[in-house]
Design a protein around this ligand. Structure first.
Ligand code: NAD
Length: 257
């Protein structure tokens, strides 16, 4: 229970990777503020079974005012945020010439600007309490490019850059800021890509999943949200005090190629 008494906010934690991370942090004793769309009640009762205090805030992280309201809520109901996991993210696939400008704006707001807004609001409380952990869920696409994912790739590269800056600005404190770069994780986000492949090729889902892995991920296996949760937990531990401004791959060998 290394996180007993700490409060974690995980953006985009009603499904996928965020929910997996929330579970791991709650199992380690943290109180949790969940965020995201969809079935919040199911996510709350799922994470509550670890015994800590759990709540959900419905802020749309594309909107700085809603992020501010979530930050006020965290202060009022939980006494502030000790662990901030910036995980909410969306994606859109299209060549640059056909990429809708409003999708570009939405992806940059949700995947990158939200990280700036949550961080600037969480930092003063962390400084006051003398401890904090910020973990940004970037992607292998923060390290390498991918055709048809301009906004996503740009945003994730930006997240890694911002991570380094925040790590430097907190370097002499007990606040650390790091990024994690997952490869393929089988979540609703990736299932959507698999579904669009199978509808184009009329192939079956199992085959499309294997093709996706064979193209990029040498381990030929998906990373799991729970494995990512364990990495976040390590970054929250005493052992990781000197891990600062890093971008950790957990990608089945994707970027080793
Ligand atoms: P997901 O679609 O399963 O979950 C995304 C979560 O974000 C959901 O809870 C959703 O409600 C929430 N969300 C979306 N827009 C939001 C908004 N405007 N405000 C608040 N919440 C919002 O996706 P996932 O695969 O779990 O992705 C989580 C993060 O991991 C994303 O940042 C994604 O880029 C990153 N990532 C995913 C993979 C992968 O293979 N799945 C790989 C690398 C990085």
């Amino acid at each position: 229970m290394i996180l007993k008494g700490k409060t974690a906010l995980v953006t985009g934690s009603t499904s996928g990777i965020g929910l997996g991370i929330a579970h791991t942090l709650a199992a380690a004793g943290a109180n949790l503020i969940l965020n995201g769309f969809g079935d919040a009640d199911a996510a709350i009762s799922d994470v509550k079974r670890h015994g800590g205090k759990v709540a959900h805030h419905p802020a749309d992280v594309a909107d700085p005012e809603q992020i501010a309201a979530m930050s006020d809520y965290a202060q009022r109901e939980f006494g502030g945020i000790d662990i901030l996991v910036n995980n909410a993210g969306i994606q859109h696939v299209a060549p640059v010439e056909e990429f809708p400008a409003e999708r570009w704006d939405a992806i940059l707001s949700i995947n990158l600007s939200s990280v700036f807004h949550t961080t600037r609001l969480a930092l003063p409380g962390m400084r006051k309490r003398g401890w904090g952990r910020i973990v940004n869920i970037a992607s292998v696409h923060g390290l390498v490019g991918s055709a048809q994912k301009s906004a996503y790739v740009a945003a994730k590269h930006g997240v890694i850059g911002l991570t380094k800056v925040v790590a430097l600005e907190t370097a002499t404190t007990a606040i650390t800021c790091n990024a994690i770069c997952p490869g393929w994780v089988l979540t609703p986000l990736v299932q959507k890509q698999i579904d669009s492949r199978t509808s184009q090729t009329q192939g079956n889902v199992a085959q499309a999943r294997q093709e996706l892995l064979a193209e990029k991920q040498p381990s030929l296996d998906f990373v799991t949200p729970e494995q990512l949760g364990e990495l976040v937990l390590f970054l929250c531990s005493q052992a990781a005090n000197q891990v600062r401004g890093a971008a950790w791959n957990m990608d089945g060998g994707w970027t080793a190629q």
